[in-house]
Design a protein around this ligand. Structure first.
Ligand SMILES: O=C1O[C@H](COP(=O)(O)O)[C@@H](O)[C@H](O)[C@H]1O
Length: 260
C-alpha cells in the first residue's frame, strides 16, 4: 500500500477545480494507454463539488465519455431517483450533461430495484457485477480502478464504512450492506476496504472546517476500525486533497511543502 501524499488548496472551490483538472488528465491518460478508464465516484459535498467543477471545465471535452466505466464507492439505499441517492446527485452535477455509454454506468441498486428492500442481496448483486467486469489479472473480484474517490466524513467515515460498524471489519467480500449507519439514511451499500485498496489510486477529498479533526485523526496513525479513512489506500498512490480549513489541524510534520 502507498503512503498518503497531501495537497492543500486555498479553499474548497479551488480544491474542486484542481481535483477536476487532475481527474480529467487521469482519465485521458488511461484512455490513451489502454483504451478506456475506470473511475469510482463518491457521494457527499466534496465529491459532487468535484463533478460540478468538472462539468464547467472546457477540457472535459478531452475525455472520450463513451469509453469510461463509472462505479460507485457507496450508495444510500433509497428508491430510484431519490434526491438523496448519490447517483441522482452525480447525474445532476455532471453525468446527465455528458455522452456516457449507459452500459458502462454501474449505479448501485436502489431499494425499489431488482433486489427490492433486501440490501444484503443488493450488495451481493453489485459484487457480482464487479466480478463480471474483472479480468484474470484481478483474481476475479473487482476490475482495476484507475482512480477511486472518497469523501471523508467528519467522523472519519469513507464510502459507507463507519467507525466500528461491521462493514469496516469486512476482509473477504467486496461489497456489503450497511444497517444502522449513524448518518441518514441508515441503510446503505458500500465497497469494503479490500475493494477500495485494489484501486491504483485512492483520492480522499476533504474540504471545510468540519473535516479538520477527521483528517488529523486519520493521518496521525489511527486504526482503520476506529477511523475508516486511515485504511483507504491505493496500490500506487494515496492522495489526500484538502482545503486549508480541512488541513488546519494536521500535525505540522505532515503539512506538504508546497500548498496551493
Ligand atoms: O453519506 C455520505 O457521506 C460521505 C461524506 O459526505 P460529505 O458530504 O460529508 O462530504 C460521502 O463520501 C458518501 O459517499 C456519502 O454516501
Amino acid at each position: 500500500m502507498s503512503t498518503p501524499q497531501l495537497v492543500v488548496h486555498r479553499d474548497k472551490e479551488l480544491m474542486a477545480q484542481a481535483a477536476a483538472a487532475r481527474l480529467i488528465t487521469k482519465i485521458v491518460d488511461a484512455q490513451a494507454s489502454r483504451g478506456y478508464a475506470s473511475i469510482v465516484l463518491t457521494g457527499g459535498r466534496n465529491g459532487n463539488g468535484l463533478l460540478a467543477a468538472l462539468a464547467g471545465q472546457p477540457a472535459r471535452d478531452a475525455i472520450d465519455w463513451g469509453r469510461l466505466d463509472l462505479w460507485w464507492g457507496d450508495e444510500r439505499f433509497l428508491p430510484e431517483g431519490d434526491p438523496e441517492r448519490n447517483v441522482t446527485q452525480a447525474r445532476e452535477a455532471l453525468l446527465d450533461a455528458v455522452p456516457l455509454d449507459p452500459k458502462r454506468v454501474h449505479a448501485m441498486p436502489a431499494s425499489d430495484g431488482l433486489y427490492g428492500a433486501d440490501v444484503d442481496a443488493a450488495a451481493a448483486g453489485y459484487a457480482e457485477e464487479l466480478a463480471r467486469s474483472a479480468g484474470p489479472e484481478n483474481h476475479g473480484s473487482v476490475p482495476t480502478f484507475d482512480v477511486l474517490m472518497l469523501g471523508v466524513g467528519p467522523d472519519t467515515h469513507v464510502a459507507s464504512l463507519f467507525p466500528e460498524l461491521p462493514a469496516v471489519r469486512e476482509t473477504e467480500r467486496t461489497v456489503v450492506g450497511v444497517h444502522g449507519a449513524p448518518k441518514p439514511p441508515p441503510t446503505r451499500v458500500t465497497l469494503t476496504l479490500p475493494a477500495i485498496r485494489s484501486a491504483r489510486e485512492v483520492w480522499l477529498l476533504a474540504a471545510g472546517a468540519d473535516k479538520a479533526e477527521a483528517a488529523a485523526i486519520a493521518l496521525s496513525g489511527a486504526g482503520e476500525i476506529q477511523a475508516p479513512a486511515a485504511g483507504a489506500q491505493g496500490r500506487s498512490r494515496t492522495l489526500w486533497l484538502l482545503d486549508a480549513a480541512a488541513a488546519s489541524q494536521l500535525p505540522r510534520a505532515l503539512y506538504p511543502p508546497a500548498s496551493a
